[in-house]
Design a protein around this ligand. Structure first.
Ligand SMILES: NC(=O)c1ccc[n+]([C@@H]2O[C@H](COP(=O)([O-])OP(=O)(O)OC[C@H]3O[C@@H](n4cnc5c(N)ncnc54)[C@H](OP(=O)(O)O)[C@@H]3O)[C@@H](O)[C@H]2O)c1
Length: 362
């Protein structure tokens, strides 16, 4: 029987840092400098039969990507039963080696089997993004999903959305009551997906939330990692460099907010999950560069942050200027941000690099 630890309090455990999924090739850092992976494994086994477990906290994560893995690890350490999905068998194997219970899911073809498994879980986190031209893949079969879950154990669901649904607000502060005005196709589909998941939650009679996340960063995915990998900015990034304000949030604070919404139920459906400091990307990269140079002076060349100046005006992506307010997240969910600004977030990421770039202390 799976032991289960249930608490009404927000756990104060620090986030557990992971190594990034792929080790970057940096010519100036020898292979031997990389640390070995040192993760503790809480192996529930690939063929976990949840219906036989006596545990009232069971989380199913649709899409074990960046957020899914961090959150899963956090919950596992607190005694939850956690399972999740990915799309291919290589990743499934990798995730199972990390101790996760994983099911393959191609959301283009939602199968009876996965819904049969899902209905044994009490909580559902949706991390799969919508697809342009289609929308939310799971909700393409909303009625089927509803019919499968209606007599199940689900009590809570949360759909991870994006602050992109607000569109361009000319730099104004926006809260959850600000009328969404998505300016691109994907953001429109996000809004549809938000409505769909809230509708499903209401139809099932369960607690359902939408979290509008700012740009997600954390160990393995941050300005520090981008600079150390010496990756050029993507075309999309270049076209967005002129943005004055970018909402962002550290992965540890997303996990905090998720747990808060589980343990402190509220009637509100939608929350902005962002930090206090919607600084420009240039400012964040400049700070990351300074941190790196202080730590490994001889190691890195300065990354050219002027990229984008050569992008023709017509090709620039609408920047959607806004400053997203997190007041409700603090007032109603009681979240006290671990990283109110990118400064503490990046500093912590650097501090947990165990002596060498890309080696995170566990
Ligand atoms: N990145 C940001 O800054 C940001 C900001 C705001 C909101 N968001 C949104 O927040 C959510 C979580 O973010 P994240 O960074 O954790 O995303 P992520 O790392 O990209 O993970 C997405 C997950 O969705 C799964 N997925 C994608 N297509 C699928 C399909 N056809 N069928 C089944 N599963 C599929 C992926 O499967 P595999 O594991 O097999 O790849 C992956 O597990 C996403 O919706 C993301 O778009 C992201």
């Amino acid at each position: 029987m799976q032991a289960c630890y249930i608490t009404g309090q927000l756990p104060a455990t620090p986030v557990q840092f992971q190594l990034p999924a792929r080790i970057p090739i940096i010519s100036r850092i020898k292979r031997s400098m990389f640390c070995a992976r040192a993760e503790s494994s809480i192996n529930l086994g690939p063929e976990l039969d949840v219906s036989t477990l006596d545990c009232s906290n069971r989380m199913f994560i649709l899409g074990m990507g960046y957020v899914g893995q961090f959150f899963a690890k956090d919950l596992l350490r607190q005694g939850w039963v956690v399972s999740g999905t990915c799309t291919n068998s290589i990743k499934k194997k990798e995730l199972e080696q990390k101790g996760f219970n994983i099911h393959l899911l191609d959301a283009y073809n939602l199968e009876w089997k996965i819904t049969q498994i899902l209905k044994h879980y009490t909580h559902l986190l949706v991390c799969i993004p919508p697809v342009v031209g289609i929308g939310d893949l799971m909700l393409q079969q909303e009625e089927f999903l509803k019919s499968r879950l209606v007599d199940g154990n689900l009590q809570w669901l949360c759909y991870l959305s994006s602050t992109s649904v607000y569109g361009d607000c000319k730099g104004a502060w926006v809260n959850e009551d600000y009328p969404p005005n998505p300016s691109g196709k994907l953001a429109e589909l996000r809004l549809d997906a938000e409505e769909g998941w809230l509708r499903l939650g209401a139809d099932l009679g369960i607690s359902a939330h939408v979290f509008r996340l700012g740009g997600i960063y954390g160990p393995g995915r941050s300005a520090i990692d981008t600079i150390l990998k010496q990756e050029p900015l993507s075309e999309g990034q270049k076209r967005r460099t002129s943005k004055n304000y970018t909402s962002r949030v550290h992965i540890a604070d997303i996990c905090q907010a998720l747990k808060a919404s589980i343990f402190m139920p509220t009637s509100r459906k939608i929350y902005n999950i962002v930090d206090d400091d919607p600084a420009s990307r240039e400012e964040v990269f400049e700070f990351a560069q300074q941190l790196i140079q202080k730590r490994w002076d001889a190691l890195t060349e300065r990354t050219d942050l002027s990229n984008g100046a050569d992008v023709p005006e017509a090709e620039r992506i609408p920047v959607g200027e806004k400053r997203v307010s997190n007041a409700l997240m603090k007032e109603e969910l009681g979240v006290r941000l671990l990283h109110p600004t990118y400064r503490s977030g990046l500093q912590t990421i650097l501090d947990h690099m165990n002596g060498h770039p890309f080696c995170y202390a566990i």
